[in-house]
Ligand binder design. Structure first.
Ligand SMILES: [Zn+2]
Ligand SMILES: [Zn+2]
Length: 377
């Protein structure tokens, strides 16, 4: 069920263009990863807000939506698809210009100075056990960085840097065009010095005078205990280098937690299952259950029924940003009825079956209780 774009942005049906834009700006700021690095729901909410803005900011789409709802947009082939964007940062960049700061866009950050570096992204893959305890790990990243050889000034070390002859050091050129309204003069960036006002006499061999280069960097990162698959870690100032004098962007690390076939994660809890042969479940026994800290013996009470759950307190995941707190491990007892019996086993089982009385089958559990247990609710 798709949500109503008016509701998503919190505006009325009569809201004009300016109100729609204002509402989206406010929401987008709240949901930006700078503010919401640890809220996995923020990305979905941002996409929803972006989708709502796409519809309401376009008069044609808005009219179609008002008359036919989401179905009208679908048949018209006008449904925006934000699934193609890798992350909310990508999506944010697409709307507001990369880096968030320099681009202007509808945020109107304005103020032209040396531009801050753009944000970079990388993925860090860890095991479930590492997610539970937290881990310090090395991440290889590829970022635009200051050239090591020329320290970013673009000149071969020891060679002079001269004032740009084409623009006289201003970094900008005036271009005049004749139009029906008369002569129009515009300022454009100098094509020789790219706005720097200075040109190295001998461009640096390593970066061809650009002052920056793409570099592979190894970065050590502390992944906090309790992190979940798909969450992001923001490392301030470790993104792409900015223009001279401006700070670098941030690095966003997407955490991928490798599946562990022994456990299913349920929030801060873990769930596992152990097999118990039906006769042992009837007699009671002790069995090893896997935990993140190694196997632990658990007591199977005599008469344990299929699907009963044993809770091992504090054997689950660590709780994010709550040091020392851990969830539980729920061990589901999977009572297995023996298959492919030998002749002797068949005889023994037959004798057992013949001896079963009403008393053996009596349970204090109601029918509803049995159903709930079978359905794990
Ligand atoms: Zn260089
Ligand atoms: Zn110039």
């Amino acid at each position: 069920m798709r949500t109503d774009p008016y509701q998503v942005l919190g505006v009325g049906r009569q809201a004009d263009e300016a109100e729609v834009k204002k509402a989206f700006r406010r929401l987008a700021r709240e949901l930006h990863p700078d503010v919401n690095a640890h809220d996995p729901g923020a990305e979905e909410k941002f996409k929803e807000a972006a989708s709502a803005y796409e519809i309401l900011s376009d008069p044609e789409r808005r009219a179609t939506y008002d008359r036919y709802g989401h179905d009208g947009l679908r048949t018209g082939g006008q449904e925006p698809d934000f699934g193609a964007f890798g992350s909310v940062s990508d999506l944010f960049d697409a709307f507001f210009g990369a880096g968030g700061g320099g681009g202007g866009g509808i945020f109107g950050f304005g103020g032209r100075g040396p531009a801050q570096g753009a944000d970079a992204q990388a993925t860090v893959e860890i095991d479930l056990a590492e997610a539970a305890t937290g881990v310090s790990t090395e991440v290889e990243i590829e970022v635009v960085d200051r050239c090591e050889r020329c320290s970013g000034n673009g000149a071969q070390p020891g060679t002079p840097i001269r004032t740009c002859e084409r623009c006289g050091g201003a970094g900008a050129l005036r271009a005049s065009t004749r139009t029906p309204f008369g002569q129009v003069v515009r300022q454009v960036e100098c094509d020789v010095c790219a706005g720097e006002g200075k040109v190295p006499e001998h461009p640096c061999e390593r970066c061809a005078g650009r002052g920056r280069e793409v570099a592979r960097r190894s970065l050590s990162v502390d992944v906090p205990a309790g992190i979940a698959d798909g969450q992001r870690i923001r490392v301030t100032g470790r993104g792409h280098a900015g223009e001279a004098g401006a700070p670098a962007g941030d690095l966003y690390l997407l955490v991928a937690v490798r599946a562990d076939e022994r456990f299913v994660r349920d929030g801060d809890d873990l769930v596992t299952a152990i097999d118990v042969a039906a006769p042992l479940a009837a007699l009671g026994t002790e069995l090893a259950a896997p935990t993140l800290d190694g196997d632990v013996d658990v007591e199977i009470e005599p008469g344990t029924q299929p699907g009963e759950t044993i809770i091992l307190r504090g054997r689950g995941m660590s709780v994010l940003q709550r040091p020392g707190r851990r969830g539980d491990l729920r061990v589901i007892v999977n009572v297995v009825v023996p298959r492919r019996l030998t002749r002797e086993q068949r005889d023994l089982t037959r004798r057992l079956a013949d001896s079963i009385t009403e008393e053996n089958l009596r349970s204090d559990e109601s029918l509803l209780g049995k159903l709930k247990r079978a359905l794990h609710v």
